[in-house]
Every structure is written in C-alpha cells, then in structure tokens.
Design a protein around this ligand. Structure first.
Ligand SMILES: Cc1cc2nc3c(=O)[nH]c(=O)nc-3n(C[C@H](O)[C@H](O)[C@H](O)COP(=O)(O)OP(=O)(O)OC[C@H]3O[C@@H](n4cnc5c(N)ncnc54)[C@H](O)[C@@H]3O)c2cc1C
Ligand SMILES: C[S@@+](CC[C@H](N)C(=O)[O-])C[C@H]1O[C@@H](n2cnc3c(N)ncnc32)[C@H](O)[C@@H]1O
Length: 680
C-alpha cells in the first residue's frame, strides 16, 4: 500500500492575524490565542499537568498537529512540572507546513522561543509516514504521522492516556470527527483515558457516548460558551451498539486486518497487548554483540532507564562488520513507494536526526549521488521522483549534465541526489552510543557467550567453560550471523553471510577536483577522510573468509571506473591492486533483505500458524533479536533499535505496524508453517 504524496499546508491568516487554512476555510486556533486555547482546552480539559505527577510515562494523541501550538504548550507545561514523567506525543497531520512556513508562523509566538526553534530545527522533510523526534534529552518523544488520519491511524500501535481532538470544525472537516476515526482512536485508549476538544457538536457527543465515553461540558475558550471533555470510566464495557457502530462505520482503510488484529489497549476488540509494560525490576537486559545493532539497542534501552549487560567477544566494540572506516548513508527509493522504500526512508531520516544530535560521531552529511546503471535505470529514477513528488531536500533526480557539474567530472549517467545523505564511521557511532548510554550499560569485552537458557523467568548467558555470565528478564541477540548458534531451537531466520571487501584509496588516485560527495552505483566511493577514500565493495554470498584478496581490489577498481569513467586510464592508472590496503567484513542478510527485529516466536503447530497472525502468535518471553542488517546497517540500526526498545517498553511504536510486521523475526517461520499446513 503506497502512501499518497503530501500536499503541504498553505500559510495564510485572517484579517486579525489568526493562522487560517484556505483549503479547509477554517482557522488553526481561536482568535483569542492559540497558546491560551491549548492551555485551557487541551491541557486543562485533560487535567494536565496534574495527571503527570507520579506517572512513569504518559501518551498524548492529537488529531491535527497544525502549527504544533498544542504540542509546544504541552512541552512548556511539562518541562516546568515537578518530576515530569516520560512523555510521548503522537500527532496526525495530513498537510504539514513546509519548514520555512512553520518557522515563520511560530515566530509570532515569542514566548515559545527555544522550544519552537528546536521543533523547527528537527522538522522532517515533507514525506509521508511516521517521523519520530526526540527532545529534552530523550524524555519527550514526538511521533508525527504525516498523511491522512483514516489511512494512518490503523497503522498506529499506541495506547493513549489523553487525546486532543483538534481537526478543524466538524462542519468544515467531518472526516476528522467521523465515527470511524473516533472509534479507531477509542480502540487505542484504556479505561481512564481522557479527551478534550473545543467542539460540542451534537454528532460528536452522540458518537463519543456510543463509544463508551462519559462526557462533561466545561466553560469554553475565547467566546465559546462550552467545550467538551470526556473520560473512559474504569471498567467501562462498550455497548453492543458501540461495537456495531465501530464496525459499520469503519472506512475501508480502517478495516485492514492489522487494525482489527492489533488494538493495543481497548476493550472494543480485545486480544491482549503483545508487549506488557515491564515493571522496574524487569528493565534489565543482556545484549550479545557490540556492533551497530548491539550498541544501538543498548543505548535506546539505557535512555529509558534500563540496565544492560553487553557482551562482545572482541576486545572492543565494532570490530567486525561495523568496523569499516566509512559506511554510506542513503535511502532506498522504490518506484511504487513499496514497503522496503517506506521503511528505509523512515530509517534514513531517523538516522540523520540521531547522528546530528549525538556528540563524537565521525560523519559527514556531504550528500550522496546514486548514479544510474544505464539509460533504462535513469528513466526509472526520473519516473520515481516525478511519481512521488518527493521534496528536493530529501531526494531529486539530476540529469547527466547537472550531476556531472555537481561532481566536477564527466559521468556516464545522471542519478538520484540525496543532499542530506553522506558517510559515517560506524565504529565512532557505536562508541558515541555507548558514551551516551553511560553507566546504564556495563560492557564486557573479550567475552563470548556460547549458550543461553531460560530459568525461573529469566534469561541466562553462559561462557564456554559453563560459567554463568549474566541473568536478566530480557535478552537480545545482536550478534549477526553468530545468533543462529544461540537460538533456543531451530527457528528459520534465513540469515546468510555475505563477504565484502573494501579498498582504501589515496586522494591522489581520485585527482582534482577533490571529491566532495559520496558517489555510488554498483559500488561506492567516499570523499577522503584523514587521507583515505573508501571504495567498495565486493559482495560474495555464503563466503566467510576474512583474508584480503587482490582480485577483490581489482573488482573494486572496476567499480571505480564505472563511477568515474576514464579514471583508470588517468589519475588511478598507477594503482596496483596487489598493493592496495583495505578491509574485509561479513554482512548478515535475510532472504527478503529486510532485518529481523522483535521477540522470537515460541514453538507453534501448523494448525496454530494457520489461524494466528504476527500480532497474535506466541512469543519466547523476553527473547528478542536485532539482526540481518545486511548491507545497510547504518540506515537500519538507529530506528530499528528504537522500534525494538519501544516494543519492549510497551510504548507507541515509531513505525507503521505494517512496517514493523515486515521486519518481524517470526515472519519466515509463520510462512513456512502455513505453506506446509493442511489447515490452509
Ligand atoms: C564491506 C562492507 C561494506 C558495508 N558498507 C555499508 C555501507 O556503506 N552502509 C551501511 O549502512 N552499511 C554497510 N555495511 C553493512 C554494515 O556494516 C552492517 O550492516 C552492520 O555493521 C551490521 O552490524 P551488526 O551489529 O549486526 O553486526 P556486527 O558489526 O558484525 O556485530 C556483531 C557483533 O557480535 C559479536 N558477537 C558474535 N557472536 C558473539 C558471541 N557469541 N558473544 C559475544 N559477541 C559476539 C561480534 O564479535 C560482533 O562484534 C557494509 C558491510 C560490509 C561488510
Ligand atoms: C485546527 S488545525 C490543528 C491545530 C494544531 N493542533 C495546533 O496546535 O497548531 C487542524 C489540523 O488538522 C489537519 N487535518 C485536517 N484533516 C486531516 C486528516 N484527514 N488527517 C490528518 N490531519 C488532518 C489540518 O491539516 C490541520 O493542520
């Protein structure tokens, strides 16, 4: 299911200066003031900040992010509250503002000064899907869902403590107040959730009552006589009418299997949540492997207050696949915006935000030019950009001459230009993650885990001599190909080793003008860093030999010639492949080339597999994986670690559930059992 291109909001104002939407013919907030409205209607209507006191974490959902005034007013109240809890703010927005328009609009609210500037500085490019942003040292998380609410809400796994309903007036924008949408929101609430809105429209009140909400009218804001608040009383059981209303009124997109199968916390349809919230004693985990996967998940859990015992068989982190001096960072674009493309886009944008916010990483957002392989590929690249209306700050197509001007050399074809992409030294990222995690992570280097076992509700890790190394309620296999040997039973994860060799080039080999951007095609070339450019990489399946090969250096030089035609007869003519230095690493990939993220499946029969889904199948309690990062570990690891940490901590997921399902480590086993099942 591809996402419709985004249509940005148009910034306009009424005669009085209130932000106004020509598209909806309505104002963004009451003329009496956006922030005052946010404080009285949305914060006050949900009894905030009082309800934050004593809570560990709290989740707010909003229909219509608009200018982010409600978010910013909430942030302001939250940061001045005493002992604030961790706060998740999840907001839907069909027409986000362009970066500069948002900055201009928020400049009218000087009292928001630093907060508004932070929001603007992290504002994502206008591409559809989920965007997770962290603020306040990670204690405040904003998940923006860019796209049409009825289309996106079924993809959201979250459980709201409070709702802000703010989707323009019901008469002007009935879609944002439809029974289907309200029932989808209600499914993501628990007994005790509250909601607030300035609208007291009769249809809205009736629908909410049908859905089991208890309504209260309070004095309204800015000339409105009344506003509405509502709560879900403890132990409310929605009436049969409500159930029928919810089913009958759902739009086709709200009837997807994922939506029906995965209500995280409501009683409207009632399978249990997949990941129960861990108590304080349970927030401990063993992580095996200190490459990109292991350090990324350790840091994400540590940021949530978890304690981690991290085991690495090498004497330092990032000595194996994650040890190359430079990895490149670019998204995968697919013509029809297919699943892998949407996943990689979300991961890429999140990775860039993480890199920008983490001190100590050696990286450069110098831009990546992905040169087309031939004319047909060039046509496909152009059509992909045209078809998806992607903003140029994210991706553009450059015809051959424009691309050659950018690089300063003749090129065989044009290509995709990713201005925010670049290169990263993965080991520096791993080290920076561990530094950020601080004392929450205890790293044990030079220690190989050779066996894991489950005992008395905990996972245990053992050394080769049988010594118990650590014990914790959760264990995460982040040890790439070697994970297969530690599985509690044979589970088809389809992990395959893929050998890769890179070659180091002196800048003289590239000549003038100096290379300023990453180039890639069948191979890649990074601009020189500390006197060396990285040229890669060979790609040999089922090969785990780590000895350097001259033949592979020759292969890399051939890749260089494809990137920069004529270079082997020019500045690189004197290079002897036999004398080149480089590095060999083993990538670990899955059959469908997507990673494995989440809890491992528990044993199930073919009959069970025929009736269960990824959302309902049994899991090995506390046993998780972050594996199969393949050739794109720098792109996948940051967001997929955040996904796994969110699952383990029972927090809103940072990705559409369809995308989380695509990386579910149970997918291959479920498919295999179903294929062989006579219960089909
Ligand atoms: C040649 C090459 C070029 C690449 N180029 C890029 C690129 O340009 N961009 C990009 O994004 N990605 C690139 N990649 C891919 C990227 O490097 C990988 O996806 C990523 O490093 C994988 O990280 P990982 O943590 O899963 O695995 P690893 O880095 O291999 O980490 C696994 C760790 O587990 C440890 N371990 C294993 N078993 C045990 C055990 N039993 N006990 C304790 N420790 C254990 C290992 O020692 C290792 O440190 C490239 C890879 C290669 C090989
Ligand atoms: C009144 S404004 C929200 C103001 C906002 N809460 C704030 O604090 O600035 C309503 C918002 O709902 C968005 N919207 C309208 N229809 C939508 C839909 N179908 N899906 C998602 N967002 C929608 C609009 O683009 C607009 O930004």
């Amino acid at each position: 299911m591809s996402a419709a291109p985004l249509v940005p909001a148009e910034l306009a104002a009424t005669g009085e200066g209130t932000p106004f939407s020509p598209l909806y013919d309505d104002v963004y907030h009451a003329a009496a003031g956006g922030l005052a409205q946010a404080r009285q209607v949305f914060l006050g209507g949900n009894d905030l900040p009082a309800r934050w006191l004593g809570a560990e974490h709290f989740t707010i959902g909003e229909t219509g992010f608009g200018l982010g005034l409600n978010f910013l007013a909430t942030w302001q109240a939250w940061q001045t509250a005493s002992m604030p809890c961790r706060l998740h703010y999840v907001a839907l927005e069909k027409h986000p503002f362009r970066h500069d328009d948002l900055a201009r609009a928020l400049a009218r609210f000087p009292e928001l000064d630093a907060l508004a500037a932070e929001l603007v500085s992290r504002w994502p490019p206008l591409v559809p899907g989920f965007h997770r942003l962290h603020f306040a040292g990670g204690r405040l998380t904003l998940t923006l869902l860019f796209g049409d609410a009825p289309h996106l809400l079924p993809q959201l796994v979250a459980c709201f403590d409070a709702l802000y309903l703010d989707g323009f007036a019901p008469a002007k924008n009935p879609e944002m107040w439809s029974p289907a949408l309200l029932s989808a929101l209600t499914r993501r609430c628990h007994d005790g959730t509250t909601l607030a809105t300035w609208s007291v429209a009769g249809d809205l009140r009736r629908t909410l009552e049908h859905l089991g909400w208890t309504l209260e009218r309070r004095p309204g804001f800015g000339g409105k006589r009344e506003m509405l608040t509502a709560s879900r009383p403890l132990a409310v059981s929605p009436s049969a009418t409500a159930r029928r209303l919810a089913r009958e009124a759902e739009s086709p997109s709200l009837q997807s299997w994922a939506f029906l199968a995965r209500p995280p916390c409501s009683a409207v349809a009632s399978p249990a949540p997949t990941f129960p919230a861990p108590g304080a004693d349970e927030r401990k985990a063993i992580v095996i492997g200190a490459g990109l996967a292991g350090t990324a998940i350790s840091e994400r859990l540590a940021s949530r207050g978890w304690r981690i015992e991290l085991f690495e068989r090498n004497p330092a982190p990032a000595q194996e696949a994650s040890g190359n001096p430079a990895g490149i960072l670019l998204p995968l674009l697919t013509k029809d915006d297919a699943l892998a493309g949407r996943l990689s886009r979300a991961c890429y944008l999140y990775a860039l935000r993480r890199l920008a916010g983490l001190p100590g990483v050696r990286w450069s957002p110098c831009g990546v030019l992905q040169i087309a392989r031939d004319n047909a590929h060039e046509d496909l690249q152009r059509a992909t950009i045209d078809g998806q209306h992607l903003p140029t700050e994210f991706a553009a197509f450059l015809a051959r001459d424009a691309a050659a001007t950018l690089v300063g050399r003749p090129l065989a074809q044009g290509g995709w230009w990713f201005p925010g992409g670049g290169w990263v030294a993965p080991a520096s990222f791993c080290t920076a993650l561990l530094a950020a995690a601080g004392e929450h992570v205890r790293a044990h280097y030079g220690v190989a885990v050779t066996r894991i076992a489950r005992a008395a509700g905990s996972w245990q890790a053992f050394a080769a001599d049988g010594k118990l190394l650590a014990e914790a309620p959760h264990l995460i296999l982040a040890n790439a190909q070697a994970a297969s040997a530690l599985l509690p039973r044979p589970i088809p994860l389809t992990l395959t080793p893929i050998r890769g060799q890179i070659s180091y080039l002196p800048p003289a080999a590239i000549g003038a003008p100096a290379l300023r951007h990453v180039l890639c095609r069948n191979g890649y070339l990074t601009p020189p860093d500390a006197g060396t450019a990285c040229l890669g990489a060979s790609f040999d399946r089922d090969d785990q030999d780590i000895a350097m090969r001259s033949a592979d250096h020759r292969g890399n030089l051939q890749r260089l010639e494809e990137l920069l035609p004529g270079i082997l007869a020019g500045t690189a003519a004197s290079i002897d492949a036999g004398q080149l230095e480089g590095r060999v690493g083993i990538r670990t990939a899955t059959r469908d080339r997507l990673p494995l993220v989440g809890a491992l499946p528990a044993p199930m029969t073919a009959e069970q597999a025929s009736r269960l889904t990824l959302a309902t199948l049994p899991r090995e309690e506390g046993l998780h994986v972050l594996l199969g990062l393949g050739a794109r570990g720098m792109v996948w690891a940051p967001l997929l670690a955040e996904l796994l940490a969110s699952q383990m901590a029972d927090e809103p997921l940072p990705l559409e559930c369809g995308l989380a399902d695509a990386v579910d480590p149970a997918r291959f086993e479920l498919r295999a059992l179903r294929r062989n099942s006579k219960f089909q």
